[in-house]
Design a protein around this ligand. Structure first.
Ligand code: APR
Ligand code: ZN
Length: 252
């Protein structure tokens, strides 16, 4: 387990440079340098708010106003990809990454140019009505939310408009989970970036890759439960470490 020393960056560059079926697995930490807070560990949202209260389907159904009020005051719509997202695009273009499996719902991997992104926890850019199941662009409902919080469904007037993200107590989208599982089974290298690897079933994806022979490279600000089984672990900021790894690969 190393910090972002040159030797560790060189080791990770070597691991990724050899990858022919590499995939990235990302969490909230990769978007922190884009201004989007992470959840666990130092300064995480779940050290300030109770996740059960603000991100569980049961409490959402009891009081959707709580979610939409938080969204009104905290939602970031101007976040841009940071050098870590762009480094993953570069690795993809060099043939070292086939896809990004992400737990994030911010859409920044797609915005950066990653061509295959599997969103295990859905996307915050959509909204679905729990009564009539109609879907809407998030921007449309954000506008309604600014006029009247919480917003009602434009189609049926229902009170339960939910962002198309997976809340605690909800199942992961089957298609995304199956796609992530098949990518993990075929992976020779998995680059894990910015995740505490504590939330299941998402964290079962790196375990599946490991059990089927993939080597793990981890870049995270803090220790994770997978560090002991990884080939390379670098503690540091993704936006600083990943560009260094890519320039080492580019230098050949
Ligand atoms: N660079 C790299 N790692 C960072 C950075 C950074 N700049 N900033 C923070 N981190 C690390 C934190 O130390 C933490 O270990 O990123 C990790 C983020 O972990 P979590 O906040 O637990 O996020 P994640 O693993 O994505 O959580 C999984 O839990 O709350 C649910 O649905 C939510 O998708 C989320 C899931
Ligand atoms: Zn409706």
């Amino acid at each position: 387990m190393t910090t972002a020393t040159d030797a560790a960056v060189t080791e990770l560059a070597g691991l990724l440079g050899r990858a022919r079926a590499g995939i990235a697995f990302t969490g909230a930490g990769i978007s922190v340098e884009s201004g989007i807070p992470h959840f666990r560990g130092k300064g995480g949202l779940w050290t300030k708010f109770d996740p059960y209260k603000v991100a569980h389907i049961d409490t959402f159904r009891q009081d959707p106003a709580q979610y939409w009020t938080y969204s009104l005051n905290h939602r970031r719509t101007d976040a841009e990809p940071n050098p870590a997202h762009r480094a993953l695009v570069d690795l993809e273009r060099r043939g070292h990454l086939r896809a990004v499996v992400t737990q994030n719902t911010d859409g920044l991997h797609q915005k950066a140019g990653s061509s295959q992104v599997v969103e295990l926890h859905g996307t915050s850019h959509g909204v679905v009505c729990l009564d009539c199941e109609q879907r809407f662009p998030r921007a449309q409902i954000d506008r309604l939310n600014r006029e009247h919080c919480p917003p009602s469904c434009p189609a049926c007037g229902g009170a339960f408009l939910k962002p198309t993200v997976v809340l605690f107590g909800e199942a992961l989208p089957t298609e995304a989970l199956q796609e992530a599982q098949s990518l993990a089974l075929a992976a020779d290298v998995m680059l894990i970036v910015g995740s505490s690897l504590q939330v299941y079933p998402a964290a079962a994806i790196p375990r599946l890759a490991l059990e089927h022979g993939a080597e793990l490279g981890i870049v995270n600000a803090e220790a994770t439960p997978f560090d002991g089984r990884a080939s390379v672990v670098i503690y540091g900021k993704a936006g600083e470490v990943l560009p260094q790894v890519v320039s080492q690969i580019a230098a050949g």
